[in-house]
Ligand binder design. Structure first.
Ligand code: GRF
Length: 210
C-alpha cells in the first residue's frame, strides 16, 4: 500500500476528506504523515484526531527555503512516502523538491485550470476573481506538480456552476464539496496504478485490471 504525505497550511477540509475515505476503505493508500508550515493550521488537529503523525515545520527555523524543503524531503524519505498531496499548502515548492519527487506530487486547485490559476490565484482570491468576472462556470482540478505554478499535467477536473446571486464564499463552499470528492478519487487512481507520469512528464492512463 502506498504511503501518503499531505502538506497543508490551513483548515484541512481536503485532508479530512482523505481521512474519511481512508476510514471507508476507499482511498487506496495509507495516510502516513502530515506537515503544516503554519502552527495554528486546524488540519494538524484533524491529523492528530485521526492518529496520523504530524508536524508543524516553520521555514523561519531554517537558514534558507532550500534547507527547509530539504528537511521535509528527508522526513518524507525516512517515512518511505510514495505520494505527496498538496492540500491547501500555501508555499511554492522549490525546483529541487519538485525534481526530487517528480511524478509523486499532486495538488488540488479550486478552479478549472488554466482559468484562474498561476501566480496570485490561491484560496479565496480565486473565487473573488470568478465572481468579479461574472463567470458562469468554475470548478476544481487535481494535477501533478511540476516546476511551474499550477502548470503540471491535469489528472481530474470537475465543473461547478456559478449563479448570478453568488458571492466568493458561496462559490468557495460549492467548489469545496467537489474538491472533497475529486482529491480522494485522484489519490485512489494513482495508488491503483491507473494513472501516472511517464519519464517525459506526460500523463499515462493504464487500463484497470479486473
Ligand atoms: C482548497 O480550496 C484547495 O483547492 C486550495 O486550498 C484550499 C484548501 O482548503 N489549494 P482546506 O484547507 O483543504 O479546507
Amino acid at each position: 500500500m502506498k504511503n501518503i504525505a499531505v502538506m497543508i497550511s490551513g483548515g484541512g477540509t481536503n485532508l479530512q476528506s482523505l481521512i474519511d475515505h481512508q476510514a471507508d476503505g476507499t482511498l487506496g493508500g495509507r495516510l502516513r504523515y502530515v506537515v503544516s508550515n503554519r502552527k495554528n493550521a486546524f488540519g494538524l488537529v484533524r491529523a492528530a484526531q485521526a492518529g496520523i503523525e504530524n508536524d508543524f515545520l516553520s521555514v523561519a527555523d531554517y537558514e534558507s527555503e532550500e534547507a527547509y524543503f530539504d528537511e521535509i524531503a528527508h522526513r518524507f524519505e525516512q517515512r518511505k512516502i510514495d505520494l505527496i498531496v498538496l492540500a491547501g499548502f500555501l508555499k511554492v515548492l522549490p525546483e529541487s523538491f519538485t525534481r526530487r519527487f517528480r511524478g509523486r506530487i499532486i495538488n488540488i486547485h479550486p478552479s478549472l485550470i488554466p482559468s484562474y490559476s498561476g501566480v496570485g490565484f490561491y484560496g479565496r482570491k480565486v473565487h473573488e476573481a470568478v465572481v468579479a468576472d461574472k463567470a458562469k462556470v468554475t470548478g476544481a482540478t487535481v494535477h501533478f506538480v511540476d516546476e511551474g505554478c499550477d502548470t503540471g499535467p491535469i489528472i481530474l477536473q470537475s465543473e461547478v456552476p456559478v449563479f448570478p446571486e453568488d458571492d466568493p464564499d458561496s462559490v468557495q463552499a460549492r467548489v469545496l464539496i467537489v474538491e472533497h470528492q475529486l482529491l480522494p478519487l485522484a489519490v485512489k487512481k494513482i495508488c491503483d496504478g491507473e494513472v501516472a507520469l511517464d519519464e517525459r512528464g506526460q500523463i499515462q492512463w493504464n487500463k484497470k485490471e479486473h
